[in-house]
Design a protein around this ligand. Structure first.
Ligand code: ATP
Ligand code: MG
Length: 360
């Protein structure tokens, strides 16, 4: 996965992983530690205005936050963090990229590059000169004649989009070294090279990403608009309170669902169920696409929405499977001062950490 790497930055000892979400920017600075990567510092910024603007303008912007805001926010965060480096690895949201699975006959790796380029033309809605391509082999199946066929995950991103990111970071005094689809960053920080067939569910503010990983590689990615803000909106509407108050209530009470919290749970659960049915659908599609794939053994929840009180148990009851929250911190060295915040930061910083790890 190297096609979005721009320049090799020689001798840099640390990197800033920058995750620009719909309602937040998260930065993690990582360097090589003695026995594991070390998190040096992090910064988080959540915008309330995004919450108030709700589901309107943001999604039409291909960058999730508005460009000008993003530059200002980045400057602010960097001023706070005082990182040792200006080298950035940033994420591209799944929806700004076009992904598809190509099937190609088994061939020499050096011919594969060309074959992928050639086939890509048939799938990509833009002229090939206007996109950056990235791809990796994710599976192997047999065709009707019993020949081996490789399955290739193809990712393409408009060049224009890439330029936009370069400009944003430059304006903020940073140097963009590489871009990566956020799913791949998550995979790196949360799963690493664990081969267990896993569903990874990233419940963000405006979107939930549903990923299926097997043998350490990404096999399927899908997305739904049911997400963290759906729960907040539901509370705001049902209880006739403003979204900021609704957000507070959601974080305080979650879906524990007993006593005075019972009503709150009943308001939010239909939206969680909507996420769950999208998850089931994703699994169904995956099974069709990879009929011989191993069954999914566990689910890992991440993103801010994974911090909803009671969500793990609810998923466990629904799927009768192991459900845990992602824990990138467990594979890193980090300042002890972060310990009490560990679990929440694990969910929020997973993408940023994965980005910071990419070039280490
Ligand atoms: N303790 C909590 N309980 C419930 N929900 C929470 C909690 N903390 C954060 N959230 C929710 O998580 C969401 C934000 O998650 P995250 O920071 O991963 O989103 P994002 O990356 O900005 O968005 P996206 O991935 O959609 O671009 C918000 O909907 C927020 O309400
Ligand atoms: Mg996110």
């Amino acid at each position: 996965m190297a096609l979005f790497d721009f320049f090799k930055s020689q001798g840099s000892t640390s990197y800033l992983g920058v995750d620009i979400g719909t309602t937040s920017i998260k930065i993690a600075e990582l360097e090589k530690g003695k026995s594991a990567p070390r998190l040096l510092n992090y910064a988080l910024l959540e915008t309330e205005s995004a919450l108030l603007r709700a589901n309107t303008a943001l999604q039409t912007s291909s960058l999730k936050l508005f460009d000008k805001d993003t530059v200002e926010f980045l400057k602010m965060l960097v001023a706070q963090m005082k990182p040792k480096t200006t080298n950035v690895v940033a994420s591209l949201p799944l929806f700004s990229a076009f992904t598809t699975i190509l099937t190609l006959p088994e061939m020499d790796p050096k011919d594969l590059e060309q074959a992928v380029q050639f086939q890509a033309r048939q799938y990509i809605p833009l002229p090939i000169s206007e996109v950056a391509l990235d791809w990796s082999k994710v599976g192997e199946v047999e065709d009707d004649q019993g020949g081996k066929v490789s399955q290739i995950l193809l990712i393409s991103v408009p060049q224009e989009q890439i330029k936009k990111y370069q400009n944003i970071f430059q304006s903020a005094g940073l140097v963009l070294r590489a871009l990566e689809i956020e799913s791949l960053s998550l995979l790196r920080s949360v799963i690493g090279n664990d081969p267990t067939p896993t569903m990874l569910i990233d419940i963000g503010s405006l979107t939930t990403d549903i990923l299926i990983v097997d043998g350490g590689s990404l096999k399927y990615s899908g997305q739904t608009d049911f997400s963290g803000s759906s729960l907040t909106q539901a509370l705001a509407t049902s209880l006739n309170i403003n979204p900021l108050r609704a957000e507070e209530l959601k974080r305080e009470r979650g879906i524990i669902g007993t006593g005075p919290n019972y009503e709150l749970s009943t308001i939010m659960l239909p939206f969680l169920d909507a996420i769950i049915s999208e998850v089931r659908r994703a699994e169904f599609t995956y099974k069709n696409q990879f009929p011989t794939a191993k069954p999914i053994e566990r689910m890992i929840l991440t993103g801010g929405g994974a911090n909803l009180l009671g969500i793990e148990k609810y998923f466990k009851d629904q799927f009768q499977r192991t459900v845990v929250r992602g824990a990138p911190f467990s594979k890193m060295e980090y300042p002890p001062i972060l310990e009490p915040l560990g679990q929440e930061l694990n969910s929020l910083l997973a993408v940023a950490i994965g980005l910071g790890l990419k070039n280490l």
